[in-house]
Ligand binder design. Sequence first.
Ligand SMILES: [Zn+2]
Ligand SMILES: [Zn+2]
Length: 280
Amino acid sequence: MKVGVHVSIAGKIHQAVDRAKELGCDTFQIFSRSPRSWRTKKLEKSEAEEFCKRRKAAKIGPVIVHIPYLINLASPLETLYRRSISAYIEDIKRAEMLSAEYFVTHIGNHKGKGENYGISRITRALNQIISRTKPHLKILLENTAGGGTVLGYNFEQIATIIKGAKENKYFGLCLDTAHAYGAGYDIATKRGLDKTLKKIDELVGINRLFLIHANDCKAPLGSHVDRHEDIGKGEIGKEGFALIVNHPALRKLPFILETPKKRPNEDIENLKAIRALEKK
Ligand SMILES: [Zn+2]
Ligand SMILES: [Zn+2]
C-alpha cells in the first residue's frame, strides 16, 4: 500500500521531502505555505527545483498540496471571495512548480446564505480558476463532517460541483474517513462501507476517487463534529480500517494520515498501525 502523512515545510520547503523520507512515507501531503495567513513569500524557482530533485531521488509520490484554511470559495462576501480566488490561483501555481499531482480543496462555508447559493458560488470560482490556470494537477474536492454552514458533507454536493464544471477532467474526490464518519456515513462496517462507496460511484464515479485521508474519528457517527484520532483508537477502529485499507476499490489508492501530532513518535506509530492492517 502507499501511505504517508501530512508533513511540515518549516525551514526550506525541500525539508518536507526529507521529513517524509525519514518517516518512511511512500507519499506525503504539505501546505505549500502557512495555512493561516494571507501573506506569503514567493516560492523561488530554485527552491521548487530542489524540492523536485529530492522528491525524485527519494522516489516518493504522489505529492499532495492542501489549500490554506483561510480560503473560502463559497464566501458571500465579495472581498473575501475575490481574495480566496486569487490566493487559490497563487497556490495552484506553487503546487505546479512543486510538480504536485493533487491539490486538496475544501468546499467552503456559505455563512448563512444557503447551500445552493454556496455550491453555485464555488462552482463559479472553480470555473474561473481553471480557465486561468489549466493545471496539470488534479483538484480533489474533500468531503467534510458538516456542522455550521460548512459545505461538502455529502457526495451529492460534491457531484453537483463537478457536474457544474465547464471542464470536469480537472476534478476528483479526496475521501476523508473521519469526515465521512462524522457526516453519518458508517464506513466502519462492511455493509456501511460498501453502501458509501456505491453512493460515491453513483454520484461522483469511483474512478474520480484519487486519495484517502485516513483518519480515525473521535466524534460519534453523524455528529457533524470534525475531530481526528489516531488510527484504531477512534470510532472507526482497527476493524474499520482493516476493511478500508483492504477494500478492492481503495487498496491501490494513496493514503494520507492527518492524525494528531501531540507526541514526537505519533506519525511513526500511526504509519505502523495502518500498515499492520494490510492483508498481503
Ligand atoms: Zn482538509
Ligand atoms: Zn482531510
